[in-house]
Design a protein around this ligand. Structure first.
Ligand SMILES: Cc1ncc(COP(=O)(O)O)c(C=O)c1O
Length: 442
């Protein structure tokens, strides 16, 4: 019989992932990385226009990160951060994050993933209200189409319908509001200002209807990544925040994708004028060289946690690997690289080329709603077939390019170290893939 032989046991190791593309074939085995390129087990080389999953922001061959991990592994491979313990790298990293943070955030709690960081942030928000004896403040507001993680609660506060479809249980006290998507949610007769005003008014009405005394926090990504790179109007968060503070509702900024340069500032909160009470970071924190995430809170929240702990006992929360010293050493080095190599300036520079190239492909009527900020961008496919995004993604892969389809939206988030020439190469390959994909559907 012909065909490639499946390595034994693959079905066992690969049963739960995003299978719709690869269900009838072996997974693509990635063996090596170099710069912004990945190599599969046959030696084929791909330009990774998605930084893995929005996370390998400094590419795949940063010797400094490898050495930072090796150094820390040889000094102290593990020590926990419970019951008053810490390590030098975690102390330094906490201080560095506080120094960098946009909104006078003063405390850091470490975790290992974006999902854990967001769930920790919610627990912290609930504790804050409990400390203030506002125990009825339980409800969480999030955007429709948002993505905050895959663990039980982080999936439930994700407004993306795909996060709920397989679930047989709904957790109460989660409310979704319209996402600030100018392309899809603005009414024809509305200006962008009217649109923002409408969303703000709806938010205030909702808070009043539910009762402000029942709402704990609003969690929001500065730019909604997994939702399809939804870029809010510039003054959206300013309006939202005014309403939240009027009613004592905390703002949690989910910076898991936007943090560390993606939008052309260190944090998306800076790009969009957010002053969060709590901020979560992951992915780019270690440039994906180690699983590490963090939750930053402002002083009033920190103090409330201490008060509550004194009253009712320890805030019993944490993971074995919260504050892993190797992750901290890698993250510290990643932050040094971002500063010493002027990565944010670089993102601002090349984002002009990125935007110009995106707008070139928008000349094709099959491409709609092109948008970008910094080095994240997206466009929609103007077609009826709901599987078109996947088909184009597959086609791009055949042309040595990794992109990501979310329904019929294609998202791009290349490593922040991408050069001008590599941006040109990315779009050359994308244009060829689009042409081939179009020929197939016509
Ligand atoms: C905005 C946002 N928050 C949270 C997460 C979850 O992070 P993790 O997959 O590390 O749990 C993601 C993952 O893509 C994300 O995009």
């Amino acid at each position: 019989m012909g065909g490639t032989k499946k390595p034994k046991g693959l079905q066992q190791i690969h049963p739960f992932t995003d299978l719709h593309l690869f269900s009838d074939s072996s997974p693509l085995v990635i063996e090596k990385g170099e710069g912004i390129y990945l190599f599969d087990s046959s030696g084929a080389k791909y330009l990774d226009a998605m930084s893995g999953l929005w996370c390998a922001t400094l590419g795949y061959s940063q010797q400094r990160l490898t050495e930072a991990a090796q150094r820390q592994l040889s000094i102290l491979p593990f020590s926990h951060t419970f019951r008053g313990r810490s390590t030098p790298p975690i102390n330094q990293l906490a201080q560095k994050l506080i120094d960098l943070s946009p909104a006078q955030l003063t405390t850091v709690f470490f975790a290992c993933s974006g999902s854990e960081a967001n769930e920790s942030a919610i627990k912290i928000a609930w504790s804050f209200h409990r400390s203030n004896e506002e125990t009825s403040r339980k409800k969480i507001i999030a955007h429709q189409k948002s993505y905050h993680g895959s663990a039980i609660y982080s999936a439930q506060i994700s407004g993306s319908p795909m996060m709920h479809e397989h679930q047989n249980a709904e957790i109460p006290d989660i409310i979704f509001v319209t996402e600030p998507d100018v392309h899809k949610q603005r009414l024809q007769k509305e200006t962008t200002e009217d649109f923002v005003e409408r969303l703000a008014t709806n938010l205030e009405d909702l808070i009043l209807r539910e009762g402000p005394e029942t709402i704990a926090a609003f969690i929001a990504e500065p730019v909604m990544g997994v939702g399809g790179v939804i870029i809010p109007p510039k003054n959206y968060f300013e309006k939202v925040q005014k309403i939240l503070s009027k009613y004592g509702v905390l703002l949690i900024a989910d910076e898991v994708i936007c943090g560390f340069g993606r939008t052309g500032n260190m944090f998306g909160s800076e790009t969009f004028g957010m002053t969060p009470d709590i901020m979560t970071v992951a992915k780019g924190l270690s440039a994906a060289y180690f699983p590490i995430s963090a939750v930053l809170t402002n002083k009033k929240i920190h103090e409330s946690l201490i008060n509550l702990s004194q009253k009712i006992g320890l805030f019993s929360h944490g993971f074995t690997n919260s504050g892993h010293p190797v992750g901290a050493a890698v993250a510290l080095e990643a932050l040094k690289i971002i500063e010493e190599d002027f990565i944010i300036d670089h993102v601002r520079d090349v984002s002009q080329d990125f935007r110009a190239q995106l707008s070139k492909i928008s000349a094709d009527p099959i491409i709609a709603d092109v948008r970008s900020i910094g080095l994240m961008g997206a466009f929609d496919l103007n077609v009826l077939d709901k599987d078109s995004g996947n088909k184009l993604m597959h086609c791009a892969q055949k042309h040595s390019l990794f992109i990501r389809a979310i329904g019929n939206t294609i998202v791009l988030a290349p490593p922040l170290i991408i050069s001008r020439q590599e941006i040109n190469l990315l779009f050359e390959r994308l244009s060829v893939a689009i042409k081939k994909w179009k020929n197939r559907i016509n």
